[in-house]
Design a protein around this ligand. Structure first.
Ligand code: NI
Length: 131
């Protein structure tokens, strides 16, 4: 038996549409939060060109490509992730995402994770921006 959730006037039952959310911004390399699950966030982003080498010491990072072809370089290899595919970058592994054409993707990672990981610098996007 599980008990029903407490009623709340604010509760809404609305699906989240990736295409609609992706239509709300055009800049690259600026992840936007669209949902949370426990302490994880779902973020959509648009990428094009090269990012910087970085790693996340404390967490894995999931990339789900919604549209386009994403490449991620590692110090010892590379993965290409197409539309409808996903890849989990293990924590502590240096990686550099890049793409020739624009890529639209969904990132899944814990709250508080910065796009540049432990590196910081000018490519660091503002964190926890909801759209
Ligand atoms: Ni990363």
């Amino acid at each position: 038996m599980h008990s029903p959730a407490a009623p709340t006037a604010q509760r809404t039952y609305k699906s989240i549409n990736f295409a609609q959310k992706l239509g709300l911004f055009s800049e690259h390399w600026t992840p936007k939060v669209i949902a949370e699950m426990n302490n994880y966030q779902f973020k959509i982003s648009k990428l094009q060109g090269e990012f910087v080498w970085h790693c996340h010491a404390d967490t894995d990072e999931t990339f789900i490509v919604l549209d386009g072809q994403l490449h991620i370089d590692f110090r010892d290899g590379q993965v290409s992730i197409g539309s409808g595919e996903m890849f989990v970058v293990p924590k502590g592994i240096e990686h550099k995402p890049w793409s020739e054409q624009e890529v639209k993707l969904l990132l899944i990672e814990p709250k508080g994770v910065l796009n540049t990981g432990d590196l910081g610098g000018e490519r660091t996007a503002q964190n926890d921006v909801w759209i």
